[in-house]
Design a binder for this molecule. Structure first.
Ligand SMILES: [Mn+2]
Length: 403
């Protein structure tokens, strides 16, 4: 049988000011044709269907369209709630949808659930273990004794996986679906941590999934195997959702034989926009090759403010999602000591501020701009000519005044 594994659709997500839904819809169209053209038996969505617990109607419509098309084509769909999803909303009407092959699982009541589906080459046991927040264990959850708490993500996942394993009929091939951070996995900038995590306490041990024929994981946005095991995998997101996700996106085609042996193949996702980070001066960027396709993050190396930089750079780059002036605070750099000398005149303080903010000599134009504004506002800026003269002298030096 063929299983198509994907996760972390995050339907309804925005990338800065760029709404991703059109790209997500393009992915879904491609995904539906890929599943049908390859005669897939089962599609697995390993959590984070939506980006929020209350997704916008258009995002729900996109999901409805995809699962309707897939199940109409005779393809089963098994989906779990991730940490971004509302378990209650995701599983709404699941007893009705299940008759048409749409298996939805979310929340503690579904934690150890196992469903057996029949395929041409035999039955498959599906253990769909949704994301479960250990802080929210309800009294009805009997797999752990509240007296032994508080529990980690690993403890909850282990309890659910053990119970699920016990419910799988002897010798039957099986599929585990789960959503979480498996220890040793490689994250990116976009997995919002579900809970306050100290020292990796949200990590789940890979041994939790021992014994399942295939484990379809979600949560990490990079496609990867767990500990090099081909049958325990993250599919990764279908689209780039942060600037750290520069690697190609894919879905996993799993061919499973009747005994549960698996062969996997990554199918690259041909739609969506790549992400690029450009670090250069405004002048160089204005002169570079136009790019109307990628989502762009610009880090300007100019040491003085560039007016209307974004609007002007948009002539070269069609989709600027983020723009910042690096000199106004480089990530990781040690900020200059604040040294406001309140004894000094306001003009002196403005000069000090401009030097501290840029890490370089104050710029005369910027100085005049601030002084004019302060004067207009009625402030007593003190003797300006003297300070201007000292800036003009400093400005001749090519060395920065602050390291
Ligand atoms: Mn997630």
């Amino acid at each position: 049988m063929k299983i198509l594994h994907t996760s972390d659709w995050h339907l309804g997500r925005s990338f800065g000011t760029y709404g991703l839904l059109p790209d997500q819809e393009a992915f879904l169209e491609w995904f539906i044709s890929t599943a049908t053209n390859n005669e897939v038996d089962l599609v697995v969505i390993a959590g984070d269907i939506y980006d929020r617990t209350t997704p916008p109607a258009e995002a729900m419509r996109a999901f409805d369209h995809a699962v309707s098309a897939l199940t109409t084509a005779g393809i089963d769909v098994a989906a779990i709630a991730g940490n971004h999803d509302s378990p209650d909303r995701v599983t709404m009407y699941h007893s009705v949808t299940e008759r048409n092959g749409l298996i939805l699982r979310g929340g503690y009541p579904d934690g150890a659930d196992v469903v057996v589906r029949q395929y041409d080459d035999g039955p498959l046991a599906i253990a769909a273990i949704p994301f479960l927040d250990p802080r929210m264990i309800p009294p009805t959850f009997t797999l752990l004794d509240p007296a032994d708490g508080p529990f980690s993500h690993n403890a909850v996942a282990t309890a659910c996986a053990e119970a699920a394993r016990g419910a799988i009929p002897d010798g039957m091939r099986s599929l585990a679906i789960a959503h979480g951070f498996i220890a040793g996995g490689q994250g990116s900038d976009s997995e919002r941590t579900p809970v306050a995590v100290i020292g990796g306490s949200d990590h789940i041990g890979a041994q939790v999934f021992e014994g399942f024929s295939y484990t379809a994981l979600g949560h990490l946005h990079r496609p990867q195997t767990v500990r090099g095991l081909d049958h325990i995998r993250y599919s990764g997101t279908p689209l780039a959702y942060s600037f750290s996700e520069t690697e190609p996106k894919s879905v996993v085609m799993v061919s499973m034989d009747s005994k549960g042996s698996c062969q996997t193949e990554l199918i690259p996702v041909p739609v969506g926009r790549p992400v690029r980070t450009l670090t250069d001066s405004f002048e160089n960027l204005m002169a570079s090759d136009p790019d109307d396709h990628s989502l762009i993050r610009i880090q300007l190396t100019d040491t003085t403010a560039v007016r209307n930089a974004k609007r002007r750079l948009e002539d070269v780059f069609g989709h600027i999602v983020e723009l910042k002036l690096l000199s106004l605070g480089t990530p990781g750099a040690t900020p200059a000591e604040p040294n406001a000398n309140l004894e000094a005149s306001l003009a002196e303080q403005v000069k000090d501020f401009l030097e501290t903010a840029s890490g370089l000599s104050a710029d005369l134009d910027q100085f005049d701009l601030v002084i004019d504004a302060l004067t207009e506002a009625g402030a007593d800026v003190g003797p300006v000519a003297e300070v201007r003269a000292s800036i003009a002298v400093d400005g001749d030096s090519t060395e920065g005044v602050a390291a």
